[in-house]
Design a protein around this ligand. Structure first.
Ligand code: ADP
Ligand code: ZN
Ligand code: ZN
Length: 744
């Protein structure tokens, strides 16, 4: 690396990090100094020597060159873990366009040490057989919480109280009453805040099926030969992916390596974690948003000291400071939550790729409905694809009915529930089986559609749905195209062309009108405001304290309710028309997942998908559980419209306290790109007001840039960053989002 000056971040453990300081590179280090290296620099008035990290090497001086100090020396001992983090932060800053500080805050664990906490553990005082017998006895007495706890204690004689009261949904009163009865004791100790407390691995390994074994062997053989690669495991829910992950992890640990497992927060249920604890005991740790800063720093501390081999968690677990990382697994890799919503807007899949490159680890992606991005790379031969075709336990795939809501209207049924759904709901209630009703609702679904023929108002330029605004206009959130609201359907002339609105509360009310005897639970943003209410509702439903669970997409993820034999999707169209290019993909994923909720045990399942567009390819392929078919059609659309992964797309969001300044800045930036990259065939869409045009009195304008190459978009971003600096705008007012998950 060449350059005469180095921009250096002073060591965070000594100084508050706020910005890089520039130093001269002495002749002896020219050419050998590298970004990420640890150096000693004279700092402050006293020129005290402190450590710092090289962030950037450049030929552009920021100050009067004669006033710049020189780097003193390079700290020997190679690239430390910290330098690794800095390098990663730099990569994130470069690739996603954030400030260095924001990138550093993303990759570095909490810094300050927190004081220790007291840890409670529930210990069984009876034998494992006795515990099991007790669980059956409680079951018979309908004391389901006690039964649940004793059943878990029959598998493992100690359990952390946090898990018991949290994920297992057992109250402290219940624990106390079992303690009084002499079946359990509660112990306390001061430990690192490890949410896991299970000394011995207790689970007998499952004999892998031939398909599972083949996958594990192939990946592991490559690993042993020193090859590092990215793999995609495509398998329906229940096909044995988690079993593959665990076996592979075990073998990789056997090689002295460590593993990170990413699971979306919403799917980090007790059931999933428990399988890992049983298999790996306290060598596994978990990270989630409910942990305090202290608990997080403890986990990272234990990881960097090598006390654990596996870290499980959502996006942020990626930054676990393992010294011997060998494998990263991203389960449900298609999940939108793997993309950060705040700056830097990074995608865990991409950052994982980079971490694996830096640390010499392999990456395994898994999903029942792979993202177009991952599958596209697999098709290109860029990553290896493995498929698990069959469910191992949990019976056959459910029978799916697609109901045409236009026909329901024609035949005089104006209710939210089709006749088929009403019939099946009544049937389940009479049999004492459970149902789930799912309202496919996302944020601002303001699309306008015809109830008679299904026609949806779309942008003629971007082929995404138009959104209805209060002023009566229909607007495209990509390009800003506007048209007046229509009073008659342009296709069939019907006057039933309106905005689509229905809430979960409304559904609950309607449900009780049709089935007054039904016990209904509702789960949505309103009913899960409290910290634990989400777990509570789920455990109530699992305890069969309700017949029907009504909810938003929260209810379709990863939960296993054996008594659910009917799933109703009330309006598949809600997610088909969110006004962005991923709408069909998201719909396919949600419908496939929702369908996967029905008939998980021996009871056969049925699914009703209600829609105004039964012929839509996302609906058709989801009903047939046909991923390949969906992929082909969706990819054709992305190719045609140059949407990712066929091309790359960057959103540029301009924030401003003043509306006119905001739009003017957005236009200036967009024009600058047009001029600078005139020969480059960049497509610029917008600028336009964002779909949420103002938040907290800050105006939001957005434009999109499409180009086949990601690195060209990065250059465009760099150019804009320089523009912003030159013009003296605050850098926080412009945000970049590469291949955004939804429209702004
Ligand atoms: P996925 O992660 O794809 O949803 P899981 O790994 O959770 O699938 O497996 C689904 C069910 O099948 C689980 O109950 C699991 O214990 C069981 N299972 C998985 N692999 C095997 C196997 N080889 N033999 C027996 N049961 C298995
Ligand atoms: Zn119509
Ligand atoms: Zn448009």
């Amino acid at each position: 690396m060449t350059g005469r000056f180095a921009n250096i971040i002073v060591d965070i453990s000594h100084e508050k990090v706020d910005r890089p300081f520039q130093y001269k590179i002495p002749a002896s280090m020219q050419g050998s100094l590298e970004v990420g290296m640890s150096v000693r620099i004279p700092f402050g008035l006293g020129n005290k020597l402190i450590k710092g990290y090289v962030m950037e090497i450049t030929d552009i001086p920021n100050f009067d060159v004669t006033k710049l100090k020189e780097i003193d020396s390079v700290v020997e001992g190679g690239v430390s873990a910290k330098a690794d983090s800095l390098r990663l932060a730099w990569w994130i800053k470069e690739n996603y366009g954030s400030t260095m500080i924001a990138a550093l805050k993303t990759v570095l664990p909490v810094k300050q040490k927190m004081k220790q906490v007291i840890k409670k553990t529930i210990c069984s005082t009876v034998s494992s057989d006795e515990a099991f017998r007790l669980s059956e006895e409680f079951e018979r007495k309908h004391q389901t919480a006690k039964a649940r706890l004793m059943r878990e204690l029959s598998k493992s004689d100690t359990l952390p109280q946090l898990l018991v009261t949290g994920k297992l949904g057992v109250t402290t009163q219940t624990i106390q009453s079992l303690e009084k009865a002499g079946y359990v004791t509660v112990t306390q100790e001061s430990v690192y805040r490890n949410p896991v407390k299970m000394k011995e691995a207790t689970q007998l390994k499952k004999q892998l099926s031939k398909e599972q074994e083949g996958i594990v062997t192939e990946i592991f053989e490559e690993f042993r030969m020193g090859l590092r690669d990215t793999y995609l495991l495509h398998g329906v829910t229940g096909s044995g992916k988690t079993e593959v992950y665990m076996e592979l992890i075990e073998r990789i640990i056997g090689e002295g390596k460590q593993a990170i497992v990413l699971i979306p927060e919403i799917a980090l249920t007790y059931q999933t974690l428990f399988r890992f604890y049983q298999r790996f005991g306290d060598r596994v740790s978990v990270m989630n948003s409910k942990l305090s800063a202290g608990e997080r720093s403890d986990q990272f501390e234990r990881a960097s000291r090598g006390e654990i081999d596996i870290m499980i968690g959502p996006r942020s677990a990626l930054f676990t400071p393992f010294e011997r990382l060998g494998l990263i697994i991203i389960d449900e890799e298609h999940e939108a939550s793997y993309k950060s919503e705040t700056m830097p807007k990074y995608h865990a899949r991409e950052v994982a790729d980079e971490i694996c490159r830096m640390k010499g680890a392999s990456l395994l992606l898994g999903s029942a409905t792979p993202s177009l991005e991952a599958y596209y790379r697999a098709k290109q031969g860029d990553i290896r694809l493995f498929t698990l075709k069959n469910r191992l336990a949990g019976g056959e795939l459910p029978k799916v009915y697609t109901v045409d809501l236009r026909e329901e209207l024609r035949e005089g049924n104006r209710s939210i529930f089709s006749r088929k759904l009403q019939e099946l709901l009544a049937d389940r209630l009479s049999k004492g089986q459970q149902s789930m009703l799912f309202l496919n609702r996302r944020g601002y679904a303001g699309f306008v559609s015809c109830r008679a023929c299904g026609h949806v108002m779309k942008c003629p330029h971007c082929d995404v749905s138009l959104s209805e605004h209060k002023n009566g206009k229909l607007i495209c959130h990509y390009c800003g195209y506007e048209t007046a609201q229509v009073s008659k359907c342009p296709t069939c002339g019907s006057k039933y062309i309106l905005g689509f609105r229905a809430g979960t509360q409304q559904i609950e009310e309607q449900l009780l009108k049709y089935f007054p005897q039904a016990r209904v639970l509702r789960m949505d943003a309103d009913t899960t405001k409290n910290k634990d209410s989400y777990e509570q509702i789920l455990s109530q439903f699992a305890n069969e304290e309700a017949d029907i669970l009504v909810g938003t997409q929260m209810i379709v993820k990863g939960h296993d309710f054996p008594k659910v034999t009917l799933v109703g999707v009330l309006a598949a169209d809600m997610s088909l028309h969110t006004g962005d290019y991923r709408a069909a993909e998201r719909t396919f994923q949600l419908l496939t997942q929702a369908a996967g909720r029905a008939g998980r045990s021996t009871l056969p399942g049925e699914v009703v998908i209600q829609t105004y567009q039964p012929e839509n390819y996302a609906v058709v392929h989801a009903a047939n559980q046909d991923y390949e078919g969906f992929y082909e059609e969706e990819m054709a659309y992305r190719d045609l419209m140059l949407y990712p992964p066929a091309a790359n797309m960057m959103a540029v969001l301009v924030l401003s306290a003043d509306e006119l300044t905001g739009i003017a800045h957005a236009r200036e930036l967009a024009d600058g790109v047009k001029q600078c990259f005139a020969g480059e065939r960049v497509a610029i869409i917008g600028p336009a007001a964002a779909s949420i045009g103002r938040i907290n009195d800050v105006y939001r304008h957005v434009f999109y840039i499409k180009h086949t190459r990601y690195d060209t978009l990065v250059s465009i971003k760099d150019m804009m960053e320089q523009e912003i600096e030159k013009k003296g705008w605050n850098s926080d007012t412009v945000q970049f989002d590469f291949n955004p998950m939804s429209a702004y």
